[in-house]
Design a protein around this ligand. Structure first.
Ligand code: MEV
Length: 434
């Protein structure tokens, strides 16, 4: 049975750990040992991490891997990926190398519009509220001027604002729908501050006006993580013959590949897994560059179902012997603000990516998603996914069984050609140890 506590947040780190040890680990000190193994010796660095969130007791590591040789819009990148799943970095690297000799990846940022909304209830007439809104719209914008000043000097700010009558979806429901341009910032704080200021000013003007009939209540003000107009496109293309490799015929491969994509475009069970593969690449770069992967995930999956059915985010075609594989992703990203200057590894990853603008990062992330998808579907329609996956997983199995470096070397050599299964690896370890 779990125990409860009041004032947990008031305890210091050691007190928190002591309480957890007693309450959940029967006083077993191995719990403390594991936690403390992950503390950083550099106290300043540890404090920095402690203070990212509340109630920190230790750090939670993810491996940071590099997928080199990405040719994107004629620039070369080594892409940092923070991810725990084996074979993702290897797959990205393989896809990068494959396309490097076939023209590389081409991208274009189609739009960068971000959105926020003030949600409100009003029980008067729609016309009265709309007229009132239009009459005070300039004052609402003026109310945000202190917040928008800096962003405007960088070329961004509020780009449009309108009152939307949503009473068809919910009785009495309206929203002030605001568009933003946030340049190189993800802009969550900026957008939310603007929205709260707009809501406050709207309520103030409403209360000061005794002509408009009805009651107004502000429900909430918040940005939207649905960004269907903050879109980047990435693609690769080559003649189908250039897809021939090893014992694969390029034309047959291209046809099978396109068929697999069509299946993912029309069958939700497959589409979800297909898109999960894309997000393996996307999330890993999002994490490494200090962006919010939950926001990206939510927005991307909503975009995948924008026509009412959940579909593949990528597309493929063969036209006049040319194979084209592309992806369109909604990505609201930042390369300034947030964790970007704060987290030393995030800073390093952005340096490694040659300090991209938010638009360039959108391109890099979309490419990572497309590369990952290419690698996954290529395996699926040729060898099957398990061959490569289990080869990478081999090391995890060896580590689970505390294999020494010599044991690892011997067993990895043994499985270079053979089929890796969990049982076969365990048998091999046992045999070696006899
Ligand atoms: C595994 O993490 C991702 C895949 O399932 C993606 C796919 O099926 O396309 C291999």
């Amino acid at each position: 049975m779990g125990k409860t506590i009041t004032g947990f947040s008031k305890l210091d780190k050691i007190e928190k750990i002591n309480w957890l040890t007693e309450a959940y680990f029967k006083g077993d000190n191995r719990f403390v040992k594991i936690l403390s193994q992950y503390w950083n010796n550099d106290q300043k660095l540890q404090t920095l991490h402690d203070e990212f969130i509340e109630n920190t007791i230790t750090n939670f590591y993810l491996p940071l891997g590099i997928a080199p040789n990405f040719e994107i819009d004629n620039k070369t990148y080594a892409i940092p990926m923070a991810i725990e799943e084996s074979s993702v970095v290897a797959a990205a690297s393989n896809a990068a190398k494959f396309w490097q000799s076939r023209g590389g990846f081409k991208t274009s940022v189609i739009s960068t519009k971000k959105v926020g909304q003030v949600h409100l209830d009003f029980n008067g007439t729609s016309k009265a509220l709309l007229d009132f809104f239009n009459a005070i719209k300039a004052s609402l914008l003026k109310a945000t001027s202190e917040i928008t000043k800096n962003m405007e000097s960088r070329g961004g700010g509020i780009t449009a604002m309108e009152l939307r009558d949503k009473t068809d979806v919910l009785d009495g429901y309206y929203q002030i729908h605001v568009n933003f341009e946030t340049m190189d910032a993800m802009g969550a704080n900026f957008i939310n501050s603007c929205l709260e200021q707009i809501a406050k000013a709207f309520k103030f003007h409403f209360d000061a006006n005794d002509e408009i009939e009805g009651d107004l209540e502000i429900i909430m003000s918040i940005l939207s993580n649905y960004v269907p107009e903050c879109i980047v496109k990435a693609e690769v293309s080559c003649h189908v013959e250039e897809l021939s490799h090893k014992n694969i015929n390029g034309s047959d491969f291209a046809k099978k590949f396109v068929r697999a994509i069509k299946i993912a475009q029309n069958e939700p069970y497959r589409a979800v897994t297909h898109n999960k593969g894309i997000m393996n690449g996307v999330d890993a770069v999002i994490l490494a560059t200090g962006n919010d992967f939950r926001a990206i995930e939510a927005g991307v999956h909503a975009y995948a179902s924008r026509d009412g059915r959940y579909r593949s985010l990528s597309d493929a075609k063969i036209e006049n012997g040319i194979f084209t594989f592309s992806i369109e992703l909604p990505l609201a990203l930042g390369t300034v603000g947030g964790l970007t200057k704060l987290h030393p590894l995030v800073k390093l990853c952005l340096n490694l990516l040659q300090n991209p603008s938010a638009k360039e990062l959108m391109s890099i992330v979309a490419v990572a998603g497309l590369a990952q998808n290419f690698a996954a579907v290529k395996s699926l329609v040729t060898t099957g996914i398990q061959e490569g996956h289990m080869k990478m997983h081999l090391l995890n199995i060896l580590n689970q069984h505390q294999a020494s470096s010599t044991e690892k070397e011997i067993i990895q050599a043994q499985f270079k050609e053979g089929n890796v299964t969990h049982k076969a690896v365990v048998d091999a370890i046992e045999k070696l140890r006899q």
